[in-house]
Write a protein that binds this ligand. Structure first.
Ligand SMILES: [Zn+2]
Length: 471
């Protein structure tokens, strides 16, 4: 019997946590943060307490109260609703589609005996994220400190990662990793062979980005093998617009070409496709792309495993050396990863960038706005917002603050240019028709019902969180 339990990601965008069982074989597909749920109870300064183990996360329903999944040290702390400790983990593997936090963010709470199967770039992104955040309770992706974490107990416990590409075996299943185009490098769809037939999990996918050929190859390969059950995302199932990454490139190129002053490009962190787009724009307009030390660390880490990621040594890229700690740019002001990045000849302080700002394309956003004020902008500047629109109250408030800063800096020209990381309705429908599954289980969408109207020939089963579906 095949059983599928959507623990997270049913009727919501993100928070994917899916349990797939076939007889006594079990695996998890993603283990992400439900930001919708989390933001109902927490914010920046009201965060789940490490000292309480899993209690805050389970009492709020941010994590499911499932047995056999979590770290022994956290279960031992206990708390209301926290499952009892187990002897052996209940699942044999975690298949991680990509390193966005709504898919990967809570894997640090899983029993370390559960190995994670992901692409080399996904592992790279997680290592950068953990590196720049330092030791934080919700960011212990690669290793963690056992709780209670006494000061003299410094050794971190490592987590096992298996970097996959093509065919592999996990949790007793024969699986296949199929690269797809999405807004973070190393995104995968997974084909899992069960006793009822092939299950395909799309992760997040699009067919209009720079790596669209990967998604098309996934369709071909999975279509050839045959798909019995399709677990698909539908973030933009109700959206028809099919703006491509190339549209963003052309719009931004035209606007930057007629700008005399500095250009500020504000896009999502770790969206390497967008960074590639702005690098192209910078090259075409004889500008130099200025990125943060964090972005430089990301490119440095990813270029080694994905040649499509820009090479810092060969491209017209400068790295912003921020004022930190003492404000004197002393080496001791920076953590080790940042010191290494800033040792490059391409590192520049805001003071060094200021006189050359008119020749710069500054890849800086809300969190870097004070650096932007140090560099200066002026009335000849152009601000390009190149990310999805604000949809939470916090994001809307940050956007207002960003606009206040831009007004203060005298920036009058604004451009909005963006293409989504997710496929719109026409591509999603085409994808399902090409795969021809018997059953479709929608996840990562707020409009799962729409699948029924769009594809009357497919059995669409809307999952209820935590309720197993059986075949
Ligand atoms: Zn994603």
């Amino acid at each position: 019997m095949v059983r599928l339990t959507v623990l997270g990601g049913a009727g919501e965008i993100g928070g994917n946590k899916i349990l797939l069982e076939d007889g006594d074989r079990r695996l998890l597909l993603d283990f992400g943060i439900s930001f919708a749920r989390r933001s109902r109870f927490f914010e920046e300064y009201l965060a789940p307490r490490a000292a309480a183990g899993l209690a805050d996360l389970i009492v709020t329903g941010v994590l499911p109260a499932a047995t056999g999944l979590y770290r022994q040290d956290l279960l031992a702390i206990g708390g209301p609703g926290v499952p009892a400790p187990h002897a052996e983990p209940a699942v044999g593997a975690l298949l991680l589609s990509h390193a966005h936090l709504d898919h990967a963010g809570h894997l640090g709470f899983l029993d370390a005996r559960i190995p994670t199967y992901c692409s080399a770039p996904s592992h790279g992104v997680l290592s950068v994220l953990q590196g720049v955040r330092g030791r934080a309770f919700e960011s212990e992706f690669l290793d963690y400190l056992e709780r209670p974490a006494f000061r003299d107990l410094r050794a971190a416990v490592g987590r096992r990662f298996e970097l996959v590409d093509g065919e592999f075996a996990a949790g007793g299943f024969a699986c296949r990793a199929l690269p797809v185009d999405h807004s973070v490098p190393g995104s995968l769809a997974f084909l899992v062979r069960t006793s009822r037939g092939n299950v395909l999990y799309t992760g997040d996918v699009r067919f209009h980005g720079p790596d669209a050929a990967d998604s098309e190859a996934m369709l071909q390969a999975a279509g050839r093998e045959g798909v019995w059950l399709l677990l698909t995302e539908g973030t933009r199932l109700d959206v028809l617009d099919r703006r491509t990454e190339d549209d963003v490139y052309r719009e931004c190129l035209a606007a930057v070409a007629e700008t005399a002053g500095p250009v500020i490009a504000d896009f999502a962190p770790r969206d390497v496709s967008r960074m590639r787009t702005f690098l192209r724009v910078a090259r075409e307009t004889d500008r130099v792309l200025v990125i943060t030390a964090q972005d430089a660390y990301l490119l440095e880490t990813l270029h080694d495993v994905d040649p499509r990621v820009p090479d810092l040594r060969r491209e017209p890229i400068l790295v912003l050396k921020e004022r930190k700690q003492t404000g004197t740019y002393s080496e001791r002001d920076y953590p080790r990863w940042e010191r290494r990045v800033l040792a490059r000849p391409s590192a520049r302080t805001a003071g060094e960038l200021r006189p050359m700002r008119d020749r710069c394309l500054l890849a800086l956003g809300f969190w870097d706005v004070q650096n932007l004020a140090d560099i200066g902008a002026g009335r000849d500047a152009l601000y390009i917002r190149s990310a999805s629109e604000a949809y939470t109250e916090e994001q809307a408030a940050d956007e207002r603050r960003m606009h206040n800063w831009l007004a203060l800096l005298g920036v009058r020209r604004h451009l909005y240019s963006h293409a989504s990381g997710h496929a719109p309705q026409p591509d999603l429908v085409r994808m399902v028709r090409a795969l021809g599954p018997e059953v479709l289980v929608p996840v990562h969408t707020e409009v799962p019902r729409l699948w029924r109207d769009l594809l009357p020939e497919v059995a669409v089963i809307e999952p209820t969180p935590g309720v197993p579906l059986e075949w």
